[in-house]
Design a protein around this ligand. Structure first.
Ligand SMILES: Cc1cc2nc3c(=O)[nH]c(=O)nc-3n(C[C@H](O)[C@H](O)[C@H](O)COP(=O)(O)OP(=O)(O)OC[C@H]3O[C@@H](n4cnc5c(N)ncnc54)[C@H](O)[C@@H]3O)c2cc1C
Length: 338
């Protein structure tokens, strides 16, 4: 991080401490999870303070540990509702020296979505495989005031590794796969600056889309073999309800962020139909073997939909876990459970 001139936290006085608590509590994912996994895959142990002040420790500098229940992983992704994490033991891996980024342009949502499982089954594991629908590209291009190659749908694909030649060979395989599935073009970002421009564009999408309208963002996730029916099904549901959706996400993980935009819908129609639309999208997600949040968590705004994902018995069991850690319900009260 220091080598690239980026520091987090930016204030030099705070360096050495790091605000990772939220990432642990949300089990954050992001674009590189497709190859490297999510936060939980790197957490070997924690120290945490329970609601009554008891300090608990579990795990540590251990790659193996089956002693008792896995309290570490119970806390990771618990959205701050069980205990306050005060120390963490993380597995670290070296940063791969070679990286290659591509933008594959497709003539339709369907062809781009079909390319996702095909790329993943090609024997090459990309370090990122991001899906962006054309509307999101157009909005981001206007938002940034920058030319971005336009098409109906695009895949941002990144490969990395220890050997340049292997990365290039992998890129050839991925290009062939994309072209054989109907890609109009595959653009190669062959310099660090061009790679950065593509990632800057990807990172700007959320803000650009959300600047357009009142919105509600969903964080659907399905087995990636079901990415095609998810994308097409979301569009069908949105069309039936007369709402605009703009989708993008970590396709390699089967994780699709669906932004439902109010645009110029009258308030009463938006207020009446929004939950029904979300419920249908979530029901579709679950019927495809997925669930209602891949990386954003449940918090306050999604808790009413939790019964779509779990049986009453499962929710009760989770509530009993919450009660065991926090009997007075003082840690992030009101979150997760309806
Ligand atoms: C617009 C938007 C886009 C996002 N995009 C992504 C994405 O692409 N990928 C992804 O994985 N996630 C994404 N997220 C969710 C993301 O995982 C979390 O918002 C973020 O990682 C939390 O980090 P933070 O430092 O902002 O935590 P905060 O927002 O400060 O806290 C998040 C939660 O963690 C709790 N918490 C904080 N510290 C601790 C601690 N020490 N112990 C216990 N609980 C604690 C807080 O009480 C809070 O409930 C997105 C969120 C938003 C709002």
């Amino acid at each position: 991080v220091e080598k690239e001139g980026l520091f987090y936290p930016p204030d030099p006085a705070s360096r050495g401490s790091c605000f990772i608590g939220g990432n642990l509590a949300e089990c954050s994912g992001g674009p590189r999870a497709v190859k490297y996994g999510v936060t939980k895959d790197y957490v070997l142990g924690v120290e945490a303070v329970c609601a009554d002040g008891t300090v608990i420790r579990h795990g540590g500098k251990l790659l193996k540990n089956v002693t008792g229940y896995n309290l570490t992983q119970t806390l990771i992704g618990s959205e701050g509702t069980l205990a306050v994490i005060t120390k963490v033991f993380l597995k670290l891996i070296p940063l791969p020296p070679y990286r290659l980024t591509m933008l594959a342009l497709f003539p339709s949502l369907e062809s781009s979505a079909r390319a996702v499982p095909a790329v993943m089954n090609s024997g090459v594991i990309p370090s990122a495989l991001e899906f962006i629908e054309g509307e999101a590209i157009a909005i981001t291009s206007r938002h940034l005031g920058r030319e971005i190659p336009q098409s109906e749908a695009e895949l941002l694909i990144e490969l990395d590794g220890d050997r340049e030649q292997r990365v290039n060979e992998g890129a050839e395989i991925v290009c062939e796969q994309a072209m054989s599935l109907g890609a109009e073009d595959v653009l190669l970002a062959d310099s660090a600056q061009k790679q950065q421009e593509l990632w800057d564009m990807r990172r700007a999408i959320g803000e650009a889309v959300k600047s357009l309208s009142i919105y509600k963002e969903e964080d659907t996730v399905v087995p990636r073999s079901n990415f095609v029916p998810l994308v097409l099904g979301v569009k069908e549901i949105a069309a039936r309800h007369g709402v605009t959706t703009v989708c993008y996400g970590h396709a390699g993980d089967g994780n699709l962020h669906v932004n439902i935009l109010k645009m110029d819908l009258p308030d009463e129609v938006w207020n009446r139909d929004l939950d029904k639309t979300i419920e249908e999208i979530f029901s579709l997600t679950i019927s495809l073997g997925g669930t209602i949040s891949g990386e954003h968590g449940i918090g306050y705004s999604q808790k009413k939909f939790l019964p779509l994902a779990f049986s009453p018995e499962e929710i009760e069991l989770m509530k009993r876990i919450k009660d065991a850690f926090d009997p007075k319900g003082i840690l992030n009260p009101g979150k997760i459970f309806p």
